[in-house]
Design a protein around this ligand. Structure first.
Ligand SMILES: Nc1nc2c(ncn2[C@@H]2O[C@H](COP(=O)(O)OP(=O)(O)OP(=O)(O)O)[C@@H](O)[C@H]2O)c(=O)[nH]1
Length: 354
C-alpha cells in the first residue's frame, strides 16, 4: 500500500494540484494587474469632482492590489497573496457601497467583486466571505441615511436580492467545479498508477522508472545517490514453466516479488522489467552494502519454499553503484553485463563491480 501512496503522490504532483495552482496564479495576476488599471482609470475620471473620498479609495485599492501582485512575484506565496487580495476586494466593495462610487453606481460594482471572492477562495471560504460582505452591505443600506451614497429603496432591495442570488449560484458553481476537478484528478491518478504497475506482481514497471523514478533521480540527486542498481533474474525460469506449467510460473513470480519487496527498505524501488527479470534501486547505498543486499536476496530466494516446486528456485544478480545521475545510464548497462556474467559463471550468484 505504501508503494501505491508514493505512486499516487508522484502521479498527482504534475496534474491536479499544479494545474489548479497555476489557474489561481493566472487569475490572480490578471485580476490584480487589470483590476488595478481599471481602478486608476476610474480614479482619473473623478479628477474634476469635489469629493476626493472615492478617488482616494480607488487609488488606495489599486496600490493595494499592485503591491500584493509584487509581493507574490517576489515570494511566490500565491495563497497568501490571494487572501490579501480577497480582503482588499471586500473592503473596496464596502467602500463603493458607502461612497456610492461614480454617480451612485457603487452597488453595481459589488456584483463582479463578490464573484471574484469565489474565484480567489473557492466555494466554502468564498461563501463565508461573501456572506460577511452582504451582511455589511445590508447594514449600510439599512442605515442609508447615514452614508454619503443615495440609493432608492427599489434599487437597494433589487441589488440585495440579485447579490444573494449571485452568491448562491457562484457557490454552487464553484463547489461542483472543485468536485469535478477532484474526480478528474482521482481518475487520472488511478490511470497513472495502473500504467506504471505490473498487474501480476503489483510491482512498478519500466514505465515507472522512465516516467517518474529517473526524472526524480535527476531532480533530487543528493537524496538518491549513491544509488545501487541491482538486476535480478530468476534462473532457468523457462524450465519451471515447462515442467510445472505457466500458472505455477506466475506464482513463482508473485512470491519472488513479495520476497523482494519485503526484504528491502520502503524507499528502495523494486520493478519488474521483464518476464522473470527485476530491477532494484537502493537509494543512498554504499558499494559494499549493495553487494550485501543482493547476496541477502539471493539467499532468501534460494531458501524460498514454493508449493509444488520441491527443487526450489534460484536467481542471479548483477550489481553496480552509481555515484551521480550522470553515471546512471552506464550503471544500468553494467548491471546487466554483471547479471550476464553471473548467468555464464553458473547462475545463483551475485556479480558486483568492485
Ligand atoms: N509464467 C510466466 N512466465 C513468463 C512470464 N513472462 C515471461 N515468462 C517466461 O519466462 C521464460 C524466460 O526464459 P529465458 O529468457 O530463456 O530465461 P531462463 O529460462 O530463466 O534462463 P536464464 O535466465 O538463462 O536462467 C520464458 O519461457 C517466458 O515465456 C510471465 O508473466 N509468467
Amino acid at each position: 500500500m505504501k508503494r501505491l501512496d508514493d505512486l499516487s503522490q508522484l502521479a498527482t504532483r504534475e496534474t491536479a494540484d499544479d494545474i489548479d495552482a497555476r489557474r489561481l496564479r493566472y487569475v490572480f495576476n490578471l485580476s490584480t494587474i487589470v483590476g488595478g488599471l481599471v481602478l486608476i482609470f476610474f480614479a482619473f475620471r473623478q479628477l474634476g469632482s469635489e469629493d476626493h473620498r472615492l478617488q482616494l479609495v480607488l487609488i488606495a485599492a489599486a496600490a493595494g492590489v499592485w503591491a500584493t501582485f509584487l509581493y507574490v512575484r517576489t515570494t511566490q506565496q500565491v495563497v497568501i497573496g490571494v487572501r490579501i487580495a480577497s480582503a482588499l476586494v471586500a473592503l473596496l466593495s464596502l467602500a463603493l457601497v458607502y461612497t456610492g462610487g461614480l454617480e451612485n453606481t457603487g452597488l453595481y460594482w459589488v456584483f463582479p467583486l463578490l464573484f471574484i471572492q469565489f474565484i480567489y477562495l473557492g466555494a466554502l471560504p468564498g461563501l463565508v466571505v461573501s456572506t460577511l460582505i452582504l451582511t455589511a452591505t445590508g447594514t449600510l443600506l439599512v442605515n442609508s441615511d447615514a452614508i454619503p451614497a443615495s440609493y432608492s429603496y427599489a434599487e437597494m432591495s433589487r441589488a440585495m436580492a440579485a447579490l444573494l442570488t449571485l452568491m448562491i449560484l457562484a457557490a454552487i458553481s464553484e463547489f461542483y467545479r472543485q468536485r469535478s476537478q477532484v474526480d478528474l484528478s482521482t481518475r487520472h491518478t488511478d490511470q497513472v498508477i495502473e500504467a506504471v504497475t505490473d498487474p501480476l506482481t503489483g510491482l512498478t514497471n519500466r514505465r515507472f522508472l522512465d516516467g517518474f523514478f529517473y526524472p526524480e533521480c535527476r531532480r533530487q540527486e543528493s537524496s538518491h545517490f549513491p544509488l545501487a542498481v541491482i538486476t535480478c533474474d530468476i534462473d532457468n525460469f523457462k524450465a519451471i514453466n515447462d515442467k510445472h506449467g505457466h500458472q505455477r510460473g506466475d506464482e513463482v513470480l508473485v512470491q519472488v516479488s513479495t520476497l523482494l519487496r519485503e526484504s528491502l527498505r520502503g524507499s528502495d524501488v523494486v520493478s519488474r522489467v521483464g518476464g522473470e527479470e527485476f530491477l532494484i534501486m537502493a537509494q543512498r547505498a554504499k558499494r559494499k552494502s549493495a553487494a550485501d543486499i543482493a547476496e541477502k536476496l539471493r539467499q532468501r530466494i534460494e531458501n524460498l519454499e514454493i508449493e509444488g516446486l520441491p527443487e526450489g528456485i534460484s536467481a542471479s544478480f548483477g550489481v553496480v553503484v552509481a555515484d551521480h545521475y550522470s553515471e546512471l545510464k552506464a550503471a544500468l548497462l553494467n548491471a546487466d553485463q554483471n547479471l550476464y556474467r553471473a548467468k555464464n559463471e553458473g547462475r545463483n550468484r551475485v556479480v558486483a563491480d568492485q
